[in-house]
Design a protein around this ligand. Structure first.
Ligand code: HEM
Length: 225
């Protein structure tokens, strides 16, 4: 046996994150609110209710990432070009004119969004946990999110208005960007226990998104147009 044979293969973090959350991803895709939204059956007020929740989540995520910027795992993924808060404010101004962008986030009536934000804040305990939340939101926004943005644009005849959330002006080509993002995660050379912990947090993040959709799903009758 050579030395090379004896070395345990390092798990590829990015593959583990994707493979480990496949079932959770499928569940999120099938949520009632998402299907109704993509079928064009949600009202502007209903979509604003979704955006307000995302605002709570991204405020927590982007604050945490800035605070932990010197952590090596966070540094591997952090990029101001990803930040979504300003885009969410611009979209809220379109879907719910008169929304005060400075209104306190606590006032958003959504146990699911606040539970998600709390979990992100707790993830500041280790950069790997925070990176799990970063990956779940931003790689999703750069993947399926792009198709969701195009569908919304078509269903509501928006001509680009109100969909800033899905536009990344600093990232003209999502595919090579996502490949480089995954390569940076893999280059960290994390061990199996760390990879497992990160994958567990990715699953938890998907669950929190699912809970957010479920909360909106419960109100779907009054969020329809
Ligand atoms: C990747 C669709 C919801 C997180 C993808 C990809 C598609 C997709 C097609 C693969 C893109 C590629 O190969 O580059 C959808 C659709 C959704 C949805 C249609 C809802 C209707 C979500 C949600 C989340 C999410 C709710 C989590 C918040 C992700 C992540 C990836 C991804 C993290 C990247 C996987 C990886 O390459 O590592 N999505 N998605 N998606 N999605 Fe979704």
């Amino acid at each position: 046996m050579t030395v090379l044979d004896a070395a345990p293969a390092l798990p590829r973090l990015s593959t583990a994150m994707r493979e480990g959350s496949r079932a959770e991803h499928e569940a999120a895709e099938g949520s009632l609110f998402m299907s109704e939204l993509l079928a064009g059956r949600i009202s502007p007020a209903g979509y604003a209710a979704y955006l307000r929740r995302l605002r709570v989540v991204y405020a927590a995520l982007e604050g945490a990432v800035r605070r932990q910027a010197s952590d090596p795992v966070v540094a591997a993924v952090a990029d101001p070009a990803l930040e979504r808060l300003a885009a969410l404010d611009a979209d809220l101004a379109h879907w719910a004119p008169g929304t005060d962008p400075a209104a306190p986030l606590d006032a958003v009536d959504s146990p699911a969004a606040h539970a998600y934000a709390d979990r992100i804040t707790a993830a500041e305990a280790w950069g790997g946990l925070l990176a799990a939340h970063h990956y779940t939101r931003y790689l999703g926004d750069l993947s399926g999110g792009q198709a969701i943005g195009r569908l919304l644009d078509r269903e509501f005849s928006l001509d680009g208005a109100g969909t800033a959330f899905y536009a990344f002006p600093g990232i003209p080509k999502p595919k090579p960007y996502k490949d480089a993002y995954r390569a940076r995660l893999d280059a960290l050379g994390l061990g199996e226990a760390e990879v497992d912990r990160i994958v567990g947090e990715v699953k938890a993040a998907f669950g929190l998104n699912q809970a957010l959709f479920a909360e909106l799903g419960e109100q779907v009758e009054r969020l329809r147009r």
